[in-house]
Design a protein around this ligand. Structure first.
Ligand SMILES: Cc1cc2nc3c(=O)[nH]c(=O)nc-3n(C[C@H](O)[C@H](O)[C@H](O)COP(=O)(O)O)c2cc1C
Length: 186
């Protein structure tokens, strides 16, 4: 008897048909036996989320992966709506794992201490980290794909393989952000 699916990947890309990075990542893990991949925008084109169905899915998986392109240093709007309407208060998610898989248009150095954006990814992803904390979920090491427009086919293929491995191995802890004193802001 095959093991029950245990990783739920919620892909939140407003136009997955035109996506390069997120489409490749979703394709890379869709075939894995223990992984369920959902296309949030494709499932809910009218943005009417079936919260009970989504909670059922959360209940039957031990890891939740939120995969999305970074939009104005945040999630695309339907994923924010999904968080607002679906995440339960109380102990339902305690002990589960949350992993983020985020693509950015800017290159990695833009998100280093003193880089162009002025903030690290760990800092910018802090609200989702706090959400994991409040709901009792353990935060796994994120997959960050920077410079999405310039990434070569070979790099993207390697990243997709890394994604497959991450979803097949136990979690590691989140990268630490800069200390406040290290961050230069205008
Ligand atoms: C509305 C919008 C906002 C964006 N905001 C950011 C941003 O804040 N930081 C960034 O690095 N890239 C930003 N980008 C670039 C996207 O993150 C990038 O195009 C995406 O990760 C590429 O993934 P894809 O090939 O799956 O579409 C933005 C793109 C759009 C359309």
């Amino acid at each position: 008897m095959p093991p029950a699916p245990s990783v739920l990947v919620q892909v939140a890309h407003p136009d997955l048909g035109r996506s390069r990075v997120n489409a490749a990542l979703a394709d890379a893990v869709r075939g894995l036996r223990h992984v369920t991949v959902r296309d949030l925008y494709g499932t809910y084109p009218d943005h009417r989320i079936d919260a009970s169905r989504e909670r059922e899915l959360l209940h039957t998986h031990s890891t939740l992966v939120l995969q999305f392109p970074f939009y104005w240093y945040s999630t695309p709007p339907l994923l924010k709506q999904w968080l607002d309407q679906v995440l339960p208060y109380g102990p339902a998610l305690t002990g589960k794992t949350l992993r983020l898989a985020v693509s950015t248009g800017s290159a990695a150095h833009a998100y280093t201490c003193g880089g162009r954006t002025g903030f690290t990814m760990a800092e910018l992803l802090r609200p989702l980290e706090a959400t994991a904390h409040l709901t009792g979920m353990k935060l796994a090491e994120p997959l960050l794909v920077h410079g999405a427009r310039d990434i070569t086919d070979e790099e993207l293929e390697r990243t997709a393989e890394q994604y497959q491995e991450l979803l097949s191995t136990p979690r590691r802890t989140l990268t630490q952000s800069c200390r406040p004193a290290d961050v230069r802001r205008p």
